[in-house]
Design a binder for this molecule. Structure first.
Ligand SMILES: Cc1cc2nc3c(=O)[nH]c(=O)nc-3n(C[C@H](O)[C@H](O)[C@H](O)COP(=O)(O)O)c2cc1C
Length: 234
């Protein structure tokens, strides 16, 4: 973890991918660099590299009668990183029109009752969130419209806004696969030729450009809105 004070505040960049040479990890590193250039101190949370355990366990199961219930030390440390952040940027591959299990586990365990929700004045109120999801589907695949809608309902409405965030954007990055894949009218999966050479460079440069657009717009909007002070949890 690297964390620095800076005039724009702190950006918690959450990477959810098992390979450090993945397109997702590359996109997370570039997002962090853009946020740093915009004046943010970066807290990079690589869930796999840090060995995050996504399994809900007994000590992290919410006790509905007690909002002050202490959770595990691991979860309290993650809660503090969220509190210390002014913006949260999550970078992940879209799996089954949702987030990978390790990222879902981070939300299940850390965004807990009494911390992320269940208070009359949400502790995360005013923070801003960007979800950058890399999808294998091609931009012209009809599945993309529904994917965008389901991610907005799940991640923005169901998680960020439910927890008092003032803003949440889904940055869906299609064409993340080197082999274009589509489903035809009969339900058959059609896997195209692997893109190679200059065409592949162009494809990835385009994905980089789209990702940068999401991050830059998010950073510009965030800086035009005053950040609210956050407080400790213990
Ligand atoms: C388990 C699994 C589920 C996936 N589900 C979807 C999906 O629902 N929609 C989609 O467009 N791509 C899906 N994909 C493709 C991934 O989004 C794609 O491989 C990934 O974004 C590529 O980035 P990476 O090279 O960093 O892994 C899935 C891939 C895996 C392994």
């Amino acid at each position: 973890m690297s964390q620095h004070d800076s005039h724009a505040g702190t950006a918690l960049v959450v990477l959810s991918h098992h390979r450090t040479d993945s397109l997702t990890a590359h996109t997370a590193r570039r997002a962090a660099a853009r946020l740093e250039a915009a004046g943010y101190g970066i807290d990079m949370l690589d869930l796999h590299a840090e060995g995050f355990d996504p399994r809900m366990n007994v000590s992290d199961q919410p006790d509905w009668g007690n909002r002050e219930k202490p959770y595990s030390d691991e979860v309290h440390a993650h809660m503090q990183r969220i509190l210390d952040a002014d913006v949260v940027v999550v970078v992940f591959p879209v799996y089954w029109q949702s987030v990978p299990a390790i990222l879902k586990g981070w939300i299940d365990r850390v965004w807990n009752y009494g911390f992320a929700y269940g208070r009359s004045k949400p502790r995360l109120a005013g923070k801003r969130m960007l979800w950058l999801g890399l999808a294998g589907a091609t931009a012209d695949d009809p599945v993309v419209e529904g994917m965008q809608a389901v991610l907005e309902a799940n991640l923005s409405d169901g998680i960020a806004y439910y927890c008092g965030f003032s803003h949440s954007t889904i940055g869906l990055l299609t064409d993340a696969e080197e082999r274009p894949q589509t489903i035809d009218a009969e339900g058959n999966l059609l896997v195209g030729e692997a893109v190679a050479g200059a065409e592949r460079e162009t494809q990835y440069a385009d994905l980089d450009r789209r990702a940068r657009g999401f991050v830059d717009r998010f950073a510009a909007d965030s800086l035009s809105v005053p950040n609210r002070a956050t407080s400790g949890i213990r």
